[in-house]
Ligand binder design. Structure first.
Ligand code: PLP
Length: 363
């Protein structure tokens, strides 16, 4: 199978580890095992390292179920991160010639995997003037009864936009009218900055809604490599059928730590919300005094998409900035958004890094 290079991941593999100030990050300072287990007083040393329950333990699935209103254990399967979840969904649903509409910018998996399967992929670009939200009228011109699958990412990476519940309902109605599945990548669900931290999940409001979740962002445990899919039972069965070939299980330790984290989600969320608020303050303070940039302020997630006023391709800008200052940003081109950079506003030492970015812009 031929597939396009995953531009964001390739860039980060090359530049992230050498950065002094890593603003490419989408994660909120990952938790240590001591921080996680210290709260519960549990020891992991006596756990036999078996595969564990193949599609996720009952304990873990019950904890995942508690994040939704309409899911039962047989609507859930556990995967190698959200990246594993997305891939399994595409392999389970799509065939050559199927039509897919993908709302961009987003995680590249959502259009490159369908393309590699031979699907006819139509990209719908979010616009800054719509606050990076889909416009229903425009979307309804692209999404038709031929569309098998619509891919959305809510809250959105890289823009930090959060689809309001009323608009999500409208999108669901449009999909329902056209008998279209919706894959909603919800890895940043629980990280809304305004109102309820958790938006409605598509799997809870639509029979053909597929929700993907993960421990990586909201629960600060990217090293667990644990995600999940919530969907109709027949699709979960198909995913489990595909899953036999590339997963077996996520491993008993990942399952165990994820259960502990979800049982302790209140303090993790409080911790993360405080990091987000303080990052957002440094970020917005910087925006108001930096004339070389413009940005729609994120309502959630961990990243912002920033337009810069300098005539330089984004890859070149990021390369030069990092060479000169050690500050790593993600070039917009890697997300089909030339002229922009992505900034992780929960990054460590954000304030100093933004000041260095400003100095660079003013040179
Ligand atoms: C939108 C989106 N989906 C999926 C992933 C992959 O998440 P995971 O670490 O759970 O595999 C990422 C990672 O950055 C992401 O931003």
């Amino acid at each position: 199978m031929k597939i396009s290079p995953f531009k964001v991941e390739e860039w980060m593999n090359r530049y992230e580890s050498g950065a002094l100030y890593d603003l490419t990050t989408t994660c909120i300072k990952p938790l240590t095992i001591n921080e996680l287990c210290g709260k519960s007083g549990l020891s992991v040393f006596d756990i036999p390292l078996t595969y564990g329950d193949i599609t996720g333990s009952e304990r873990l699935k019950n904890n995942i179920k508690s994040l939704y209103t309409q899911q039962e254990l047989n609507n859930i399967t556990v995967t190698h991160g959200a990246i594993g979840a997305n891939q399994l969904i595409f392999y389970s649903l799509l065939e050559k010639g199927d039509e897919v509409v993908c709302i961009v910018p987003t995680y590249q998996q959502h259009y490159s995997i369908p393309k590699s399967i031979g699907a006819d992929v139509k990209l719908y670009f979010l616009k800054e003037e719509n606050n990076w939200l889909p416009n229903l009228e425009e979307l309804s011109q692209i999404l038709t009864s031929k569309t098998k699958l619509l891919c959305i990412n809510n809250p959105n990476n890289p823009t930090g936009s959060v689809i309001p519940n009323w608009l999500l309902q409208d999108i669901v109605e449009l999909a329902q009218k056209n008998n279209t599945w919706i894959l909603s990548d919800e890895v940043y669900r629980g990280l809304n900055l305004v109102g309820n931290p958790y938006s409605i999940s598509v799997a809870d409001i639509y029979e053909k809604g597929i929700s993907v979740g993960s421990m990586s962002k909201t629960y600060s445990l990217p090293g667990l490599r644990l995600g999940w899919v919530c969907a109709r039972e027949d699709l979960i069965n198909e995913i489990n059928h595909q899953r036999q070939y590339n997963t077996i299980s996520v491993g008993i330790l990942d399952d165990y730590f994820a259960s502990i984290a979800l049982e302790n989600k209140n303090w993790i969320q409080e911790r993360n919300f405080n990091i987000m608020l303080s990052g957002m303050k440094s970020f917005t303070d910087w925006l108001t005094k930096e004339p070389f940039v413009e940005c729609v302020i994120p309502n959630g997630g961990t990243t912002a998409l920033v337009k810069y006023k300098k005539s330089m391709p984004s890859r070149e800008l990021c390369r030069r900035l990092q060479n000169r200052t050690g500050v790593a940003l993600l070039p917009g081109e890697t997300m089909e958004m030339e002229g922009y950079v992505r900034i992780g506003f929960c990054a460590i030492a954000l304030k100093s890094a933004l000041e260095m970015f400003s100095e660079f812009l003013h040179q």
